[in-house]
Design a protein around this ligand. Structure first.
Ligand code: PRX
Length: 636
């Protein structure tokens, strides 16, 4: 694949896929599929849903009578685990590898579809015997280990609703999510390995549970073997429960028949204001969406080895580590630890060792590994790779080109996928047969109606920046905010009637290619991780020295965006380097290491509107030496 600077009819730096890539692609003629879905949205999705098995077919593909509370595959009976595991175990795929796992310390475990399905069965019996039933919420707070998959799949199998909390989050973030979801049960581990250190997950759970009374039980997976506190009657070892005679014999482990619209999981994500919100996804539409998008965009074939480097604790992990690959009967690889531990070629060595063919990662990781130079990847045979992907934040063309040249050896198309926790699956993305441009997420996936509009909701001209909106529903869309339907309507559907507001700014070029610019709200994407200023600020003010604070995101060479905080101290406290460091540690303790601020500046006042709202836009402009714009609402 070579850069072709000016081919008709596309403009700019265009990379065209080689003929063999197009001919062998799962979608060799994207234009035909775009046209099919544009002509008949429901027909398109019905066709894709029919590629999976249903206990009972749907009566209606799409019900929009209560919009924006759209419903998909109404009347259908299904369970995502039936299509992810049960149906494969009946075929030769029973003996195919579902998961290859490597621990940061070099441990290796593999699971065939049969083995994974057995473990999920056993654990679902454990869950049922502990009183977890359909509709109950279960919080999963785990390192990147196979039991994370088993826990998620076992919940889904019995119809419980999982709420996975990223293992890099800490006490207050975990506490808030346990409490809001009212989880009876927490599944965690004694710890996990990350970047050469042990993350003490159980200790964080203990601390979080001191702040709430909702959780009745904790199940603990033994990963590190380091001693942990086990509270009698509350805490149980996973390996003991799974080996009880009842569970060993797999008691009652059949897969619960769910309505297509029954909840599958909630996942907390940061928004513009207030606490993180619990985005709710369902069994039917979500499974169809992630199955089809992964199959088409990453072109998964029976013989592929897929590696998505995300963490199961984020939507990327839910959709494209756990559910999407299994729905496609694929073989996945998962790695527990940090990318440059013990050396910056850890990832590249594992691509060679396991023969990874499709590799999906983040711009931050690429930029981080790029800094070490290409000698590290050049030491390894990366010739198994055929397709690459990027997600989470805009990829700068320089990182795209490095990824393309030094990892893909100019042979692998790069799928830059734009989507969100809320969208469930890919929304704007190339497919292998679509020409790509470095830094652009290319075109809407079939059936996805994207537009860029101005403040009034009118489409802007090509090249102009505006708000990214979605004008038609899609099966994997969020259904609501758990327990807060009003917030769902308010956040996504109120600015422009009938349009979903994504919260990003973007532009479209003359070829119809989309270029995402970034968030337009108070969400900060640190290294691709989504954090909210409100959550960060409340972690700050929980420290006794802090009276008030404002948090903003500023450009950072590797992280994309980094956290900067302006802090007003309470009387009796003096600014110092030592206090700044203490505050950084405090925020990391409450929220997690990813939330550790880059820089703290002590100030006497903050720019506010007359109604008392902090003008973060002004702080941001000042910090970057840019124009502060319209200051007419600024308080005297
Ligand atoms: O700002 C966009 C950015 O990530 C946001 C969604 O974050 P989250 O819900 O955590 O999901 C991340 C993984 C899907 C978006 O609003 N974003 C995601 N993918 C891209 C991106 N920005 C630019 N290019 C992308 N490919």
């Amino acid at each position: 694949m070579t850069a072709n600077p000016n081919p008709e009819p596309l403009h700019g730096e265009v990379y065209r896929p080689a003929p063999h890539v197009v001919l062998s692609a799962n979608v060799p003629d994207p234009e035909a599929v775009y046209a099919e879905a544009a002509r008949d949205l429901e027909g398109y999705w019905a066709r894709r849903a029919s590629e999976l098995e249903w206990f009972k077919p749907w009566d209606r593909v799409l019900d929009d009578s209560k919009k924006p509370f759209y419903q998909w595959f109404v009347g259908g009976k299904t369970n995502i685990v039936h299509n992810a595991l049960d149906r494969h175990v009946r075929t030769w795929r029973r003996n195919k590898l579902a998961l290859i796992w490597e621990g940061e310390n070099g441990d290796l475990r593999t699971f065939s579809y049969h083995a994974l399905s057995r473990e999920v069965c056993k654990f679902s019996v454990v869950l049922r015997s502990m009183g977890v039933s359909k509709g109950d919420r279960v919080t999963i707070y785990m390192p990147r280990i196979p039991e994370t998959w088993i826990a998620m799949l076992a919940c889904a199998k019995i119809g419980a609703v999982h709420s996975v909390v990223y293992g890099g989050f800490s006490v207050e973030a975990l506490h808030g999510r346990i409490e809001d979801s009212a989880s009876k049960l927490i599944i965690t581990a004694d710890g996990g390995y990350m970047g050469g250190k042990v993350v003490e997950l159980k200790q964080i759970v203990d601390e979080a549970l001191k702040r709430t009374a909702v959780a009745e039980n904790v199940i603990v997976v033994k990963r590190t073997g380091k001693p942990v506190n086990m509270e009698a009657g509350r805490d149980f070892w996973y390996h003991e429960l799974i080996n009880l005679p009842l569970t060993r014999n797999m008691g009652k482990c059949e897969t619960e028949a769910m309505d297509a619209e029954d909840p599958l999981f909630i996942l907390y994500t940061s928004g513009t204001t207030g606490k993180p919100k619990a985005v709710l996804h369902t069994h039917g539409g979500y499974q169809v969406g992630v199955y089809a998008t992964l199959k088409d965009v990453f072109d998964l074939k029976e013989e592929d080895r897929w590696w998505c480097t995300a963490d199961p604790g984020w939507i990327t992990g839910h959709s494209y580590i756990v559910y999407g690959p299994l729905l496609n009967g694929a073989t996945s690889f998962m790695y527990e630890g940090g990318p440059s531990y013990p050396f910056p070629d850890r990832w590249w060595s594992m691509i060679a060792k396991y023969g990874i063919s499709v590799f999906y990662t983040t711009p931050t990781a690429i930029r981080g590994l790029m800094r070490f130079g290409e000698a590290w990847p050049n030491r390894h045979d990366l010739s198994s790779l055929r397709l690459l992907g990027s997600v989470g934040e805009p990829i700068n063309p320089e990182a795209w080109r490095w990824f393309h040249k030094h990892i893909g050896k100019e042979q692998c198309p790069i799928m830059d996928t734009w989507w969100q926790t809320e969208t469930g699956g890919f929304m704007i993305t190339p497919m292998p047969a679509v020409p790509t441009k470095p830094g652009s997420a290319a075109k809407p996936y079939p059936g996805v109606a994207v537009d860029i509009v101005d403040e009034q909701g009118k489409p802007v001209k090509p090249g102009e920046e505006g708000f990214l909106v979605l004008k038609k529903p899609w099966p994997a869309m969020l259904r609501t905010i758990y327990k807060d339907p009003e917030r769902y309507v308010q956040t996504y559907w109120s600015k422009y009637p009938g349009m979903y507001l994504a919260g990003d700014s973007a532009r479209r070029d003359e070829d119809g290619y989309f270029w995402i610019i970034g968030r337009v709200d108070d969400v900060i994407k640190v290294s691709g991780y989504r954090l909210g200023t409100a959550e960060l600020e409340s972690a700050f003010v929980s420290h006794p020295a802090v009276a008030e604070t404002a948090v903003i995101g500023l450009p950072h060479e590797v992280k994309g965006i980094a956290i900067h905080a302006y802090v007003i101290l309470r009387a009796g406290y003096e600014p110092s380097e030592a206090l700044a460091e203490e505050l950084r540690k405090h925020v990391a303790h409450e929220m997690g290491p990813i939330a550790k601020p880059e820089k703290i500046e002590f100030v006497k006042s903050l720019p506010k509107t007359r109604s008392g709202k902090i003008m973060r836009r002004v702080l941001k402009a000042r910090a970057q030496g840019l124009s502060e714009g319209d200051l007419s609402t600024l308080e005297e």
